[in-house]
Design a protein around this ligand. Structure first.
Ligand SMILES: [Fe+2]
Length: 390
């Protein structure tokens, strides 16, 4: 690792109590009690129910004689109205801990609901950074995908139903109290979902590692996550029952989540918010998977040394190549990974058309992920990147 003596930096230690390993789900009752609670309020979605994971959770709670209340109506990208309704339901239920079970949408909903338990008003009142003032109700995050890292991040992303755009509540109050990361919960995840969520984790790690706000502690975590993904994503997609791959991918997603809290990300994530909005609503992981190679192609010339590290972490042998060529290998390695795991090369099948470009770019340029991108970016640059994936 290169050091930069001119750099001063901040690293946010993650306050979340992380428990990681195959089978840690069975400790849920103990984790509820250690959070000072007795009655969980479960927040999840129909996919988690259909996969049989909710049954596993409720069986563990029943065995421990622990009563619970269930909300299983979370939709992809969630929505402010559902969050507000669920928060009201939580208050009526007499529960004292929120347990989110699922991918990013369920976990982010659960985080917002826990915040509204102790902060008056609607979820939309808290959009932005550090607006949540009162400590939320304790919240336990149980991820069932290896991607968003939401179990360890200070963001809750959801759809503002009044404007149909994706928004976020952020701040140190939003971190889950406990993360129960059990890789066995991802064994049944279908290939495309494994691929898209895995590419989201890769985008977190690469955008964090290569952006202008990266610092050595986040960088070390992000680089290790890139290595794990290079080693395990293909087999997690192609042989979903491979526990080693599932373990490696969940570890990577959680490490990338910790890494990115203080650094923000880059252009792929700037594009993800508007592309997940309005009538487009392209799934977050798909946006990242499709746009990441095009964004890297645009960026690698600006920070070649960092991209050389990415190429090496992905297993490319670049020692004898000229520097720029070695940096470019990071881009080709990600393209071939995406190809191997069945990621489409464009968003055309998801409804993206030329007429969307202006609106998406205008919204993306407002993102805090643009100023930290390694290469200075204007609206025309972003439009060019977007047109590559139409
Ligand atoms: Fe993401």
């Amino acid at each position: 690792m290169n050091v930069n003596v001119a750099q001063t930096f901040n690293f946010l230690p993650v306050p979340t109590d992380i428990h990681f390993g195959c089978g840690v789900l069975r400790d849920l009752p103990e984790r509820v009690r250690s959070a000072g609670a007795t009655r969980p309020f479960l927040v999840t979605d129909p996919g988690v129910c259909a996969a049989g994971i909710l049954d596993e959770v409720t069986a563990i709670l029943r065995k421990a004689d622990m009563g619970f209340t269930l909300c299983d109506r979370v939709k992809p990208d969630s929505g402010s109205a559902l969050i507000d309704e669920t928060a009201a339901e939580l208050k009526r239920s007499g529960s004292d801990v929120v347990v989110g079970i699922g991918g990013g949408s369920s976990l982010d909903t659960a985080k917002a609901v826990a915040a509204l338990a102790t902060n008056a008003g609607s979820s939309l009142d808290y959009v932005g950074l550090h607006k949540v003032r009162n400590r939320p109700m304790p919240m336990i995050a149980i991820p069932t995908t290896a991607g968003t890292g939401s179990e360890v991040t200070l963001w809750s992303v959801f759809t503002d139903d009044t404007r149909s755009i994706k928004v976020a509540i952020g701040g140190v109050m939003i971190y889950p109290t406990v993360a129960l990361c059990d890789p066995d919960l991802t064994l049944g995840l279908p290939p495309l979902l494994t691929a898209a969520t895995g590419m989201d984790a890769l985008a977190h790690a690469i955008e964090c590692y290569t952006n202008n706000a990266c610092q050595p502690i986040s960088g070390a975590l992000a680089l290790a996550a890139i290595q794990l993904i290079g080693r395990h994503l293909r087999s997690a997609v192609l042989n979903g029952r491979n526990r080693e791959s599932r373990y490696g991918m969940m570890l990577a997603a959680t490490m990338a989540g910790v890494a990115m809290n203080p650094t923000r990300l880059g252009l792929a994530h700037a594009l993800a918010m508007p592309l997940g909005s309005w009538n487009l609503r392209v799934p977050h992981g798909i946006v990242l998977a499709v746009t990441l190679p095009a964004v890297m192609e645009f960026n690698y010339l600006a920070e070649p040394d960092r991209f050389v590290d990415v190429a090496q972490a992905l297993g490319e042998s670049v020692e004898h190549l000229p520097r720029m060529e070695a940096a470019g290998r990071a881009v080709s390695a990600v393209r071939s990974l995406a190809h191997d795991i069945g990621i489409p090369s464009s968003l055309a099948d998801y409804g993206l058309r030329e007429e969307h470009v202006r609106g998406v770019v205008d919204e993306a340029m407002k993102s805090g992920n643009v100023p930290v991108n390694p290469r200075r970016t204007c609206a025309e640059d972003l439009a060019r990147i977007l047109r590559q994936v139409i």
